[in-house]
Design a protein around this ligand. Sequence first.
Ligand SMILES: Cc1cc2nc3c(=O)[nH]c(=O)nc-3n(C[C@H](O)[C@H](O)[C@H](O)COP(=O)(O)O)c2cc1C
Length: 240
Amino acid sequence: MNIPIFWRGLNASKNYLDLLVWLELKPLLLFNSLKKITIMARQFTNIAFTEGVKTAQTRYGSREIYQKFLKRGVTEDLLTAKETEFIAARDSFYMGTVNSNNYPYIQFRGGATGFLKVLDETTLGFVDFVGNLQYLSVGNLLENERIFLFLMDYAHRRRLKIWGRAQVIDDNPELLEQLSDPDYQAEKARVILIQVEAFDWNCPQHIPMRYSEADVAQIKAPLEARIQELEQQLALSVNS
Ligand SMILES: Cc1cc2nc3c(=O)[nH]c(=O)nc-3n(C[C@H](O)[C@H](O)[C@H](O)COP(=O)(O)O)c2cc1C
């Protein structure tokens, strides 16, 4: 169940939020209590709920709800089949790094579908292609390994946020080969390996539905076949 617990405006009712939090966590709580697993706060909250964020939650009235969310938390963030499948279907993502002037920086990464690969439940890797030689993302990572990936599925209005630490690998041709997509035309420069520390799904709200060229071709195929069929019928009836 993908209950949109972060789907709220500033005016959302606290009770409504509480209900959403409870609905999301109920099955996990039942599962965890059955298995007697120690319940921990979700890892992303340890990274993302900074003092500033907690102050904002207090100021706008959601702190209490998220404190409950933390108490009822779930186990550590390991990539499951759901995330793996989602990542494998992506042909691009946005990548956030931080520079030593404390500015965030976002860059787009694109490639063959599935070019960002899940190597295990906490590791991702991809081949970084040659670009404009500014090396902004890579340079940032050399000074600060923290990385944030934002994966969008516009067609199905889904988004996944991933926090981690990245390693820039320049000298491992075997790994570069392993992570490469042979049919995709690009000049391969290096491997970026990401140790995933946390992730979180967002709700579909405000995501415009957009389709890739391949999606559109798939949608159009039966329509084009039908048009062709009707044109043939029309030609036959005109000629008869
Ligand atoms: C020849 C060439 C020129 C490019 N010029 C630009 C540019 O002017 N602005 C830009 O944002 N991206 C440009 N790109 C794309 C970026 O180089 C690419 O997105 C790269 O991944 C940027 O990574 P970085 O921002 O992490 O350094 C260019 C790519 C190539 C191959």
